[in-house]
Ligand binder design. Structure first.
Ligand SMILES: [Zn+2]
Ligand SMILES: [Zn+2]
Length: 348
């Protein structure tokens, strides 16, 4: 069967290859993959950044894909209570379940966490066997392409509903107009935010237009002063902000845009040092929270949320490509000429 894999530990080297059919082990479910999204993590794996290489250290060839959905087609022994044939989404994180952090229920902090598509083989392939505990069934009418966004939606749900929860009526600032930024917009609106400001840069023009269509006040920070734009919407400043850009230049303006006592969730992974003035943190009692991926139970919230926002999620999928066009997909991602690019083994 076909799979998209990184074939060598060096920049580039992502190809469509032929791999062996998976065996469905004890406690596992065999999934026939319908669609899988690409994101910044896949871009970093393609570039083979030093920190990514050190953290994931996969075997080669390494099958990519941590954002995928498909149909359950067979059950391994010991798996009960699953109806074969339904659409399911897969939590790609495998946690040890025994360490201090797993026992706290904070699975993203697991000391032995392995992620499908990162540390171990992922879902950009025709079939994959995954632990039954990692599967979340979706309603029968679910659109598979919209469902390919549930993994990053779960990241947004963790930040907006769990780590830095907002209150109905809050004004929210989201730094970053990529898919994760717009998913924060959708979750914030679902949680009752009165206004959501999405801040991007000139290169994000199409993305900001979509943000506006989805109900945001969109701000191009290169054309408009972000602080003035936020104060026009919320004179005191934003109640809550989320950084979904992962850019070192986002921290200071996000903090400055908060009202006194406002809270900032750091969601995007920024590998550079980010300068900021700490005095307002003391004087204004502002707070910064780290947000890493999601916990197991976050998936219960995100799958429920997704059921009510299929049309919006589907709008974020701007390109559906066959595996043969994976290079084109990465180029579009690199150039920000897309929102979410989804690859599917079903077209060729
Ligand atoms: Zn991702
Ligand atoms: Zn653990």
């Amino acid at each position: 069967m076909r799979a998209l894999a990184k074939t060598r530990p060096q920049p580039g080297s992502i190809e469509e290859i032929v791999v062996a059919e998976p065996e469905t082990g004890v406690g596992q479910v065999l999934i026939e993959v319908a669609a899988g999204g690409l994101c910044g993590t896949d871009l970093a794996i393609r570039r083979w950044d030093d920190d990514i290489a050190a953290e994931y250290a996969p075997d080669f060839p390494h099958v990519l894909g941590h954002e995928f959905v498909g149909r359950s087609v067979a059950l391994g022994s010991g798996v009960e209570g699953f109806e074969v044939g339904g659409l399911v989404v897969v939590n790609p994180h495998i946690n040890c379940g025994r360490c201090y952090y797993c026992n706290l229920g904070r699975h993203a902090l697991c000391l032995e966490r392995r992620i499908m598509g990162c540390h171990i083989a992922g879902g950009l392939t025709e079939r994959i066997a995954v632990p039954a505990d990692n599967i979340f069934p979706l309603p029968g009418h679910t659109d598979a392409l919209a469902a390919a966004l549930i993994e990053p939606l779960t990241v947004a749900a963790h930040a907006v509903l769990e780590r830095v929860p907002l209150a109905a009526g809050d004004t929210v600032l989201v730094m970053g107009a990529g898919p994760v930024g717009l998913l924060h917009l959708l979750v914030a609106r679902a949680a009752g935010a009165a206004e959501v400001i999405v801040a991007g840069v000139a290169a994000d023009a199409a993305r900001l237009e979509l943000a506006q269509k989805l109900g945001a006040v969109a701000v191009d920070q290169q054309a408009e002063d972000l602080q003035a734009a936020v104060r026009r919407v919320a004179p005191r400043g934003a109640d809550v902000a989320y950084d979904a850009s992962g850019h070192e230049a986002a921290l200071q303006p996000a903090l400055a845009a908060l009202r006194r006592g406002g809270r900032l969730g750091m969601v995007g992974y920024c590998h550079a040092a980010a300068p900021f003035h700490s005095l307002p943190l003391a004087l204004d009692e502002k707070e910064i929270f780290g947000c890493r991926a999601y916990y197991r139970d976050t998936w219960l919230r995100s799958t429920a949320l997704a059921a009510g926002m299929t049309a919006e999620l589907r709008q974020l999928v701007t390109h559906v490509l066959p595996y043969a066009e994976v290079e084109r997909a990465f180029e579009m991602l690199e150039q920000r000429q897309c929102m979410k690019v989804v690859l599917t083994p079903e077209i060729d």
